[in-house]
Design a binder for this molecule. Sequence first.
Ligand code: SAM
Length: 516
Amino acid sequence: MSVPTDTMGDVSDSSLTDLPAADRPDVAARLRDALLGASFTADGLLDLLGAPAYAALARSETVPALRATRGDTPLEMLVRLFLLQQPVPHARVADVLPVDACLETGWLVRVGGDELAATVDVRPYGGLDGEDWFIVSDLGCAVGGAGGIGSREEGVVLGVGGASTTLAGITVRTPVASALDLGTGSGIQALHAGRHATRVTATDVNPRALHITALTLALSGAPAADLRQGSLFEPVRDDERFDLIVSNPPFVISPGARLTYRDGGMSGDDLCRTLVQQAGERLNEGGFAQFLANWQHVEGEDWQDRLRSWVPRGCDAWIVQREVQDVTQYAELWLRDAGDHRDDPAEYQARYDAWLEEFEARKVRAVGFGWITLRRTAAAEPSVTVEEWPHAVEQPLGDTVRAHFERLDYLREHDDAALLEAHFRLVREIVQEQVGLPGAEDPEHVVLRQHRGMRRATAVDTVGAGFAGVCDGTLSAGRILDAIAQLMGEDPVLLRDRTPSQIRLLVEQGFLEPAD
Ligand SMILES: C[S@@+](CC[C@H](N)C(=O)[O-])C[C@H]1O[C@@H](n2cnc3c(N)ncnc32)[C@H](O)[C@@H]1O
């Protein structure tokens, strides 16, 4: 039934025979048309199920969705078939789908009596520009974790999770010639990359994932990708370089490799470190590599230093820690994700204990989760920023990430004297907040807050607040400071001397933008 493409390497057909054929784009196209015709789209699904049932699916709870699809419309039938693993009468399916072609190519199978079942999950997924796409995954894995409603087979391929959409949202989406999606899984990152990269290469250590990626792309009407099997950068030729590398890797720090989609099989956070360290030499100049990662907080070590040491030579880096969990929270999160809490209590306790034992042996006290972005640069002194920002952000952030690195270039090219000559503009939708005792004449703190992108907030002094307020691109920074000095009765030379570092920070964090 399944026919892996040549580029997938040494893949045995037998391991994939339960999947639909990947070499029948004609059938995938017909199936796609039929699904769209029945409004089996992200919007259609939300309309049908309603927000609570839709959200419950993401928590692996299917009861609300089953209740919402008891009717007989084509859309209800498709949700039961492709998302809820329910058998559906042959005649009902034949009204909506090209049933013979789907049976022939293995999208559907006969299950007792006169009923048909899907062989994979198919989840409607809306692209960033409103595209109607479909993500294929293993049965029971379109929503929630593998332990939710799905399988716990080692090579199971999951659908879209929160991490998948986070990475898709932070990825820089400028048009490029070549993109690499490392650890492609269901193919979601490759699907996004196909919108702005001429060539997309997708790799995975799991042949099942490559097969499923081919199905996701075909069913979404997206260009095929160059699919290659292998670990980390093994499938990439020595002389190959990319403009964009993305990876939502198996970042979970766990005792032993149980589930390929999440356990990297290397000790501690070594897989993420290796990925980051090896990405630099695979990038074209100016190219971005963007990863989600987990990292250890080790007793007696500064977590920021640990991450700085991962950054390869010749790369600027922006690393954002979004969350930190202590080792107990972390072990529980992933035990639950795999459904281990539903097992025999003694087995659950043994697994939990093994996890803590491993952390203790490594002196790991907590685990950080976040985003790592590298940009290949020819600059003599690359810039590495490692910061913590656990607050809400506005996705998609791709443009914000690109702008961060553009501002770095600007600041690198402007010393303090040049900054004072430059003109700046306050970025749109920034507000000033004042905090202090009610009735007090002067605020204790003045905070500038962004309402877009990273939604940063930064405390400024009176000069910083006044300066930002006046920045409309008309006067140079130096002239504004001279005026502020006069108003405040300060020495203008001293003010010009001490303020550039504050201007630098406001530019770096995206509160001010160069007007020229
Ligand atoms: C967390 S899933 C991400 C899937 C998908 N890219 C996404 O964003 O949803 C990680 C993927 O990496 C693959 N993988 C695991 N170990 C790998 C390795 N050493 N090299 C390459 N891929 C690997 C898994 O098979 C899985 O498909």
